[in-house]
Design a protein around this ligand. Structure first.
Ligand SMILES: [Zn+2]
Ligand SMILES: [Zn+2]
Length: 192
């Protein structure tokens, strides 16, 4: 058995689609695909307007961080160090501080979502491709998987009634020890 990846091949249906009899509709909320240029262009427009409104400089470094985030598979979560190494390998001269600051600007402008999982440094993912999802984080190999379970909607509705509250959001992270053998993430595990 090998580790199922979060990026199924184009012609390969993920198991949740192949298995129609499944009672509960739990599914990976996003399917990875190659970043498309239109999306990146849209993100750049939004960023440009944001920087203008803020009176911040439109530096090439900031745009390159945006590019790199949106070139990732859309369900990938990356930290500052990961982005730094990726960009350095591509020949960019950019500091960790610039990446860190730019990611903050991307979060502020609604182009990135920041997560803080237990024992992990902050991780970022694209926001334009984002549909709400929750995460499973493996304690051992650190692999992060996304899921979306409609039962949470029912829980929010019933607890909203119970607490006489309009529930506006939720966050759920499941931590567990996955049983994936030879997981590719184990060797690449964050040594934290
Ligand atoms: Zn694991
Ligand atoms: Zn995610």
């Amino acid at each position: 058995m090998h580790c199922p990846t979060a990026t199924p091949g184009k012609d390969e249906l993920p198991s949740f689609l192949a298995n129609a009899s499944r009672k509960v509709d739990i599914y990976p909320s996003t399917l990875s695909k190659m970043a498309d240029t239109a999306l990146i262009e849209k993100a750049k427009k939004i960023f440009e307007h944001f920087l203008l409104r803020q009176g911040s400089r439109k530096t090439p470094e900031r745009y390159s961080v945006l590019d790199e985030l949106y070139l990732l598979p859309e369900d990938e979560h990356i930290d500052v160090e990961g982005l730094f190494l990726k960009m350095r390998n591509k020949g960019y001269t950019i500091s960790r501080a610039t990446i860190y600051n730019t990611l903050d600007l991307l979060v502020e402008s609604g182009l990135a979502v920041k997560h803080q999982f237990k024992d992990k440094v902050a991780l970022y993912e694209q926001a334009l491709t984002y549909t709400h999802h929750d995460h499973h984080v493996c304690n051992q190999c650190r692999k992060i998987r996304e899921f979306s379970d409609p039962r949470l909607i029912e829980i929010k509705e019933s607890m909203g009634k119970e607490f006489d509250s309009t529930i506006t959001s939720h966050s759920l992270v499941l931590y567990g020890d996955c049983q994936i053998k030879n997981c590719e993430h184990l060797s690449a595990a964050n040594p934290l």
